[in-house]
Design a protein around this ligand. Structure first.
Ligand code: PEP
Length: 256
């Protein structure tokens, strides 16, 4: 399976800055057959960057979108409108769940809408610090995972990517702490088992599972070698060109 390195730029960079940054990434990145590099700029930058990007090197993702195809949804952008502009869509990021109150129902509708529009969903799941402390991690992850995928047909399940992001390990969280590779390994096994139980071994084994939470050039190699982890979703370090490129190069070394 390929490795996936995804940079979530969140609400950072103007359109001009996004374009300059993409230019730098394109100059410094080679086209890898076994690594998919994906960046998620803000909405306003997606269309111009889609004309600039070299898809052999870098693919674009939306950070979120509305699950309806068209209609009276003031201020929203749909996956249908993003079709042809992005190849991937980040769905259910903890900031969308927490700050914008996206429910499991919204998230499952988004996963279905992305697939309907030929956009690969990157479904984010992760427990809060409190859920972690009270031993609820497995229940929370099972609900988010199976809830998010419940409208996906058996045929489409292998087109989905899962990203495990423990909220307590995300760098912008107060008092965030680094998750150890062993902790991530245990959760990766749990997620894979849950997928195997729900969809059978061969389908489940084909679903890429990414880790996200305070990944940087120093710890990226350790997370990428955790059994069952197929890539990284990166926030803070993806905003710094040298760090993001360093992580891509680490992924290449791990692959080789
Ligand atoms: C994120 O918010 O998805 C994330 C992983 O951020 P960071 O890498 O900064 O922890």
């Amino acid at each position: 399976m390929k490795s996936y390195i995804v940079g979530n730029w969140k609400m950072n960079f103007s359109v001009g800055e996004s374009s300059v940054y993409l230019h730098k990434l394109l100059q410094k990145t080679r086209a890898f057959r076994d690594i998919e590099v994906i960046v998620a700029p803000s909405f306003v930058a997606l269309q111009p960057l889609s004309l600039q990007v070299d898809r052999k090197k870098i693919r674009l993702a939306a950070q979120s979108a509305n699950p309806h195809d068209f209609g009276a949804y003031t201020g929203e952008v749909s996956y249908t409108q993003l079709r042809g502009i992005v190849d991937y869509g980040i769905i259910g990021h903890s900031e969308r769940r927490q700050l914008f109150h996206e429910s499991d129902k919204d998230i499952r509708a988004s996963v279905a809408a992305a697939l309907r529009n030929q956009i690969t969903p990157i479904l984010c799941i992760g427990e809060t610090e409190t859920e972690h402390t009270f031993g609820e991690t497995h229940d929370v992850l099972r609900d988010q995972l199976l809830g998010g995928l419940s409208e996906v047909s058996a045929e489409d399940i292998s087109k989905v990517i899962i990203a495990y992001e423990p909220i307590w390990a995300i760098s912008t969280t107060t008092d965030s702490r680094i998750a150890s590779p062993d902790e991530i390994g245990e959760i990766a096994q749990f997620i894979r088992r849950t997928l195997v139980d729900a969809y059978g071994e061969s389908t489940a084994e084909a679903i890429p599972l990414l880790y996200g939470g305070s990944v940087n050039p120093t710890n990226a190699g350790a997370y990428l070698t955790v059994p069952g982890i197929n890539g990284l979703l990166i926030g803070g370090a993806s905003l710094i060109g040298d760090q993001f490129i360093d992580i891509i190069e680490t992924a290449k070394k791990v692959k080789d």
